[in-house]
Design a protein around this ligand. Sequence first.
Ligand code: NAD
Length: 370
Amino acid sequence: MTNATTIDGHGTSRTVVALGGEGIGPEVIDVTCEVMVAGKMPVDIVTPPHGEPAIRSHGSPMPDETKRLCERADGVLFGAAGAAPTSAVVSWLRWEKGVTASVRPVKHYPGAYSPLARPDGIDYVIVREAVEGLYPGREGDLADLARAMPDLKDRVGRRVGDYGEGRFAVKIVSRAGAERVARLACDLAIKRKRRGKPGKLTCITKSNVLKLTDGLFQEVVAGVVKSYPELSFEHFHVDDGARRLVRFPQAMDVVLTMNLYGDILTDLAGETAGGLGMAPSGCFREGWAYFESVHGSAPDIAGRGIANPTAAILSAAMMLEHMGLAPEAERLEAAVARVYRDGTTLTADQGGKASTMEFGRAVQEAYRNQ
Ligand code: NAD
């Protein structure tokens, strides 16, 4: 473990790798680690080299030893990516590790700022398919596509070669990929139903236009839901779906969508519930997961100590639950909720004056006092 720093934990039962990334990433991850340590949670936190400093020390933004630590850890917490070195980190975590779904809760905590007049009771989860669709970029020159597929036409008969010089991107939807993420979303809806939620899966595609790709996704998801008789199912096209997330957010339970739509809709949904500073996520594949905020490195506020660490703290709560520490996870979420209810120590994005660190200390205190 050369160059990896271990932050004192209180017990040896779980190992967490914390990677700050860049911009506000390290700021919110440091505060989150402090909260876990101050709360005497049974975690040992390791912070191995990554990003720009790792290029200097190890010649790679994601050194082999850091990868090994991430693979062996009980939990991995990531801050935010920005420029190439930290993009390489997220690229390894997400794509090289083969994450298949990103699970993004959208929940309003009373006291949090929302542009909606009535955000009370917003509590749903967006499951974003994470490996197919238009990500990671599969792009090329139109001339190459025209040569390879001279007969490929759009709905009105226009051939690829008719467009002249340009580029294309490939959208992939596999039956196996759609089925895998549909099962994960259905299992999540069942788990939520046991906690009193409605047990509904909402699928969002653009199958009216992209009949083959999005149509296959919709068809496979609808088929999978049939094997979960406790669940109800609905489907919306992405334009209508976006509107519904704003107009009827309380009607949502588990929303399943494709990669790029999920990327966009989770920012939109996060904003309705309090903003990007409050939107957490967990990224899963069979047998492995990592956790990160939905937001990026926020260069416009980085280095000023004013970022809202809620998204990172709630991502840590998801990680704690995933590691089998559900009581700590629930207590941490309750502590966050308490700080919002009190409303005296909120960050600037919530209309408050607290720094990142002051918010973290308020969460520590609320955690202690429960
Ligand atoms: P961003 O999410 O970094 O920021 C968007 C806006 O939200 C900014 O105004 C920012 O100040 C605000 N914001 C974000 N997080 C906040 C927080 N915790 N507290 C308060 N305000 C917050 O998106 P962007 O500006 O489009 O992207 C900046 C960089 O981040 C880009 O390089 C982008 O590629 C990268 N990015 C990375 C991830 C990731 O690591 N998973 C996700 C999105 C964007």
